[in-house]
Design a protein around this ligand. Structure first.
Ligand code: HEM
Ligand code: HEM
Length: 144
């Protein structure tokens, strides 16, 4: 397995990881705001439990896409490091550094949220493929 911190002779990769992660946080927040204020297509006609599961999964995906970079950010600032975002601006160490909390957020980032994001993404893609190719209800048209 390739570990990010094996590359620490140069901080380039982890620096880019952080900058992209922070930018993803902004994109996701922007997306959620736009989602709240615009209308989505009406729900696909399907059993109520499936509508419920799909809404729940989408909600969890959004929550994970927000929690993931926040955990990364907290791990970093509790570790006493500021975050440089593509040289455009810096997020300063806005907390009192604390090794225990840095480790806690590290564990969440790597061992809890990340596996959950993978699991829900796989479920999501499997559901999309099922709709498109087995139920043939042209679900892809909903994200055009
Ligand atoms: C092969 C890749 C993917 C396909 C084919 C796909 C397909 C779709 C489709 C068809 C919808 C519309 C569902 C509906 O309107 O009920 C949707 C919604 C959504 N997708 Fe994906 N998706 C993919 C990857 C991802 C990934 C990687 C994420 C995030 C980790 C993601 C997050 C979401 C979310 C949050 C929604 C809900 C949108 C909303 O209603 O606000 N998708 N996707
Ligand atoms: C959605 C955004 C993000 C995703 C999907 C993500 C994903 C990951 C994953 C999978 C790892 C584990 C890699 C490994 O050790 O094998 C990791 C590690 C790491 N991430 Fe993120 N990350 C995101 C955002 C961030 C942000 C915003 C920061 C900091 C500002 C950050 C800081 C770190 C650090 C420092 C590590 C190394 C942890 C260690 O040495 O154990 N990440 N990230």
């Amino acid at each position: 397995m390739i570990l990010l911190y094996d590359n620490l002779d140069s901080k380039v990769y982890i620096g880019l990881h952080k900058a992209f992660g922070v930018s993803l946080l902004f994109w996701t927040i922007a997306r959620v705001i736009s989602r709240v204020f615009t209308k989505a297509p009406p729900a696909v006609v399907m059993p109520k439990w499936q509508v419920f599961i799909s809404h729940l999964s989408h909600f969890v995906l959004y929550a994970l896409l927000i929690a993931m970079p926040i955990a990364g950010l907290l791990m970093t600032v509790y570790g006493g490091r500021a975050v440089d975002v593509f040289g455009l601006f810096q997020i300063p160490v806005f907390v009192t550094p604390d090794r225990g909390l840095a480790r806690l957020y590290n564990d969440w980032h790597t061992d809890v949220l990340w596996p959950m994001l993978i699991a829900f993404t796989l479920l999501h893609i499997a559901a999309a493929l099922h709709h498109q190719f087995i139920k043939k209800d042209n679900i892809m048209a909903r994200i055009k």
